[in-house]
Ligand binder design. Sequence first.
Ligand code: AMP
Length: 242
Amino acid sequence: MHFLRLFCAYTTIALISVFRLFLSDPLMHLILLGPPGTGKGTISEFIEAKFEAEHVSTGDLLRDEVAKKTEIGKSVEPILNKGALVDDSVVVQVLRKKLSQAKAKNFILDGFPRNLNQAKILDWLLHELDVSLDAVLNIDSSEDVIIKRLSARRQCVKCKRIYGLDVPSKKKGVCDDCGAKTMQRKDDKPSIIKKRLRLYNELTLPLIFFYGGKGLLIHVDGNRPLQEIFEEVETVLKKFDG
Ligand code: AMP
């Protein structure tokens, strides 16, 4: 009798564990929102390393197309250089391919969505890929801090690692990780930065209400040293990991 009770208890616990495994999605899928220059790229690198997440940046994907001189790359290069936004359908095309590979892991989406239409497309895309969104981190900074940061930003042309005021490369102009050249992006010039900020305020800022309404938004103050931001992001994300 005692053995039977024990057997039933263990079987119940095992069944509950199996059910929980099937019911909960153990992966962490995030969006990073915030104006250009708030450190989204660097924060993504931190999350990538800490939570084994893939950094999916539509800016990087488009710059890759430009570097490879593909048809898409040739068509978007002038748009990127002047800091304007690429057509939604083109961005979705490069993103869809990348997300279908990244969906089996933790991922952080950076640079997408950039307007309400893209946010709605993303809902569809995630539904199609059977992926759920855990949180949207909104990193905010003042305009002065943004312009200072972006003017100092350099990116490795090969591995895409980002360097800046808080994290300079050891040797000027050379990537610490792969030894390739680091360069200033053409759209990190002051007049273009102002244009990108204007576009952000006009088109991307409304997404705060969109994701706030879904209960997914988490605010992170980006006007602080990176180390403090990293600590807060780590604390906030621990509850979504696994
Ligand atoms: P980022 O690296 O996110 O600052 O993006 C660099 C540039 O890529 C932007 O200024 C746009 O020209 C283009 N881009 C990146 N993501 C998007 C997007 N979601 N929609 C439209 N254009 C984008």
